[in-house]
Design a binder for this molecule. Sequence first.
Ligand SMILES: NC(=O)c1ccc[n+]([C@@H]2O[C@H](COP(=O)([O-])OP(=O)(O)OC[C@H]3O[C@@H](n4cnc5c(N)ncnc54)[C@H](OP(=O)(O)O)[C@@H]3O)[C@@H](O)[C@H]2O)c1
Ligand SMILES: [Zn+2]
Length: 319
Amino acid sequence: MATMRAIQVAAKGEPMTLVEIPIPQPGKGQVLLKVEACGICHGDSKVIEGAASSYPRIPGHEVVGIVDKLGEEVSQWKVGQRVGIGWHGGHGHTTALTTDGGYAEYMVAYEDGLIAIPDEITAEEAAPLLCAGETTFSALHNSSARPGDLVAISGVGGLGHLAIQYAKKAGYEVVAISRGKDKEQLARELGAHHYIDSEKENAAETLQALGGAKVILATAPNADVISSLMGGLGTGGELIIAAVDDNPLKWSAMDFLNGPNTVKGTFTDIKEMEAAVRFSILTNVRPMIEVFPLERAKEAYEKMMAAKTHFRAVLRMEK
Ligand SMILES: NC(=O)c1ccc[n+]([C@@H]2O[C@H](COP(=O)([O-])OP(=O)(O)OC[C@H]3O[C@@H](n4cnc5c(N)ncnc54)[C@H](OP(=O)(O)O)[C@@H]3O)[C@@H](O)[C@H]2O)c1
Ligand SMILES: [Zn+2]
């Protein structure tokens, strides 16, 4: 039986390990992908920390690969086509929570979770667009910000560094908010007009001094940080929460009435994946990536969790 290398979480609470297991076979409505690249998203912490529906489970939900084999009744895809899949696994499934993900040489995917990936972009650069890119693109695209408005991005990681680029390309006045000075130069190169070091300044006060933000996109996963951003909104401003933190948020009614302000969440949406990839190609937005081989997935994940990656770690499979 043909085998593949994969990074697997064997059971809830177990660490990720490199395993050699049989190549899975596609069932009805599924295709087998030969994985080319898989981004490492903060959202991978769900499966790695025990939230998958069952184990063993393979993490990874920013996957680009080549269709290698078709299951029964697959109508949309052909062998040899380049495709991608994000968090939404198709058919009521969530990639890497209810199905195995892309930290592997092969992966089975439902055909309705896939989009075509154009040739103009490499697999390593396309993979992060399928969650980090799509989430921030659609958050800004569906926001109330218009060209010229002040838009702040909190957290300069996988999502944040793409959000800065999308915001710049959309014609906003862009503010990057990050802890420390380390990321300032790169944030400015990515398109930030202003940089707030949240360890030195009160981000909300600095945003007010700049006129108040029309939109703040929260990608830093910390409830206190998210709560504090509300004070940076200008008239009719919108705080959009992409980041995940289980702790409660702290607001009073007055925080909403001053403005008046809106707080909303944004969730990755399969309907916007193609648009995010197309916009990225049209406007030359690309993730800044650090590429790792499959066997170094744990190291790459830990570097991301420590916010040390510039700015998205991507696993590249051997050809
Ligand atoms: N809503 C959705 O559909 C969706 C989709 C994908 C991801 N997410 C969530 O979005 C968040 C960001 O994901 P990501 O992949 O961009 O993660 P990431 O690459 O780790 O970036 C997050 C950034 O937030 C800042 N940060 C991290 N921990 C922090 C803390 N404890 N306090 C304050 N700031 C902190 C860091 O930026 P600085 O170093 O600049 O401070 C870090 O680089 C995660 O919670 C993830 O689960 C949501
Ligand atoms: Zn993700």
